[in-house]
Design a protein around this ligand. Structure first.
Ligand SMILES: Cc1cc2nc3c(=O)[nH]c(=O)nc-3n(C[C@H](O)[C@H](O)[C@H](O)COP(=O)(O)OP(=O)(O)OC[C@H]3O[C@@H](n4cnc5c(N)ncnc54)[C@H](O)[C@@H]3O)c2cc1C
Length: 393
């Protein structure tokens, strides 16, 4: 069997993998980034909404942006609309074209010196003396062993790499949001706001979304908690019902299914010779299901720490734990709070949600963040949200 050697092999060319590869290559390491699909960024499994904070990671190109969003409309079960806008326009966001964006990120990794290979799937971990030492890969009909000092599992929500290394990445149904999404055209949408619909009828333990993608196009999706899904009550069933009532004249241009880990912080994200980043390490806000930015933060930290560890010739779990500590310090608290807020919100009835929406009538929330919204709600409904207040304050 053919064999090759790199300092680092990164499995998965989503945002987490590409940023990790870019950073490690920038620090002078020999990096290989592999992707099982034939085209990076395809198929898209994302609603593609992200805050402008994303601009800090790479020189940003407006060609990756389908729509610039000035705020969010949130609809309570009785249709009451809460509008979130920000006067200073700091944290409002973009709806990306991820098939372009993900490719551009992988291109950045390549320009920094990483080798990139598509249609190359990792199917096993090479281990020696308890250390990850590389991956076995399949490319077309050929198999190969790729040796590396550090293996990076950036292989998304279905991550196998972590499991192969003995890290518990198993997700319980209550820890997954299962999603169905249509890219639609001919839909009458608010072009400047992302929209969220809350109701146990529309999306139990979840929400429906409409993210504008320019002109008459939008990503229209439903995400429900895994333990709310059953035969006849799958995310796709809720999505079809939502689309029938909201966009009867809409046309479906693409259809996709996916899942998001929404279970809070993972216990461990490193092993001897191995690091997990992005969805593979559950780097997603459990309340919103957003993970693009966290994947990129984690990738930056991972690339830096891996570079130092390889250069020091110590890729032990103990040395790589610097990555684990730094991402927890950076955004672990936000994930933790997101989980608590999600669990609290799941207990609210449709009637409670209506009451909360009414309490915000006429209020302008200054910051377009979930934290700002929750704080405002707590301020207006201290008795009802006493439990949530204890978590947030
Ligand atoms: C329906 C839906 C809507 C979402 N909407 C949003 C949103 O609006 N905003 C937001 O911030 N987040 C959103 N997310 C979450 C977001 O998509 C993820 O958090 C983000 O893509 C994580 O990036 P990643 O690089 O960790 O994983 P991914 O983007 O999933 O990339 C993993 C890559 O690894 C590859 N791979 C897997 N196994 C192997 C293997 N064995 N060998 C080689 N390659 C492999 C995969 O093909 C894939 O390309 C959404 C998710 C879903 C499912």
């Amino acid at each position: 069997m053919k064999e090759e050697r790199y300092d680092v092999v990164v499995v998965g060319a989503g945002p987490a993998g590409s940023i990790t590869a870019k950073k490690a290559a920038e620090h002078g390491l020999d990096v290989l980034l592999i992707e099982r699909n034939q085209e990076i960024g395809v198929p898209v499994k994302c609603a593609e909404g992200v805050s402008k904070e994303i601009e800090r990671f790479i020189p940003f190109d407006k060609r990756w942006v389908c729509a610039e969003v000035k705020g969010a409309n949130i609809y309570a079960p009785d249709g009451t609309k809460v509008v979130l806008t920000e006067d200073k326009m700091k944290e409002v966001g973009y709806v990306l074209e991820r098939r372009l964006f993900d490719k551009a990120l992988a291109g950045e990794a390549a320009r920094a010196g990483a080798d990139v290979r598509v249609k190359t799937e990792a199917y096993g971990l090479i281990k020696e003396n308890g250390y990850a030492k590389g991956v076995s890969v399949r490319s077309m009909d050929e198999t190969e062993r790729i040796y590396a000092d550090v293996v990076v599992g950036a292989d998304g929500v279905e991550s196998n790499v972590g499991r192969w290394a003995g890290i518990n990445t198993r997700l319980r149904p209550s820890g997954i949001e299962v999603c169905a999404e249509f890219l639609m055209c001919n839909v009458d949408i608010d072009k400047e706001h992302s929209e969220f619909f809350l109701s146990s009828e529309i999306a139990p333990k979840g929400y429906a979304w409409v993210f504008p993608k320019g002109e008459d196009r939008a990503n229209v999706g439903v995400g429900i908690c895994g333990d709310a899904s059953s035969e006849q009550h799958r995310a796709i069933d809720y999505l079809r019902a939502f689309v029938r009532s909201k966009f009867p004249d809409g046309k479906i241009l693409a259809e996709m299914y996916g899942a998001v880990p929404v279970c809070g912080v993972i216990k461990e994200s490193v092993a001897d010779g191995l690091v997990l980043v992005g969805d593979a390490a559950w780097h997603v806000n459990p309340l919103t299901g957003g993970g693009i930015l966290y994947a990129m933060y984690a990738g930056e930290i991972a690339g830096e720490v891996i570079a130092k560890a390889v250069q020091e010739n110590d890729v032990s779990k103990k040395r790589l734990a610097e990555y684990d500590t730094r991402w927890r310090r950076n955004f672990g608290k936000r994930l933790d709070m997101g989980l608590k807020a999600k669990e609290f919100c799941f207990k609210l009835s449709d009637k409670d949600l209506n009451t909360l929406a009414h309490s915000l009538a006429g209020v302008k929330i200054q910051k377009l963040t979930t934290e700002a919204l929750l704080l405002e709600l707590v301020k207006r409904n201290p008795k009802m949200l006493f439990g949530l207040a204890k978590m947030l304050l």
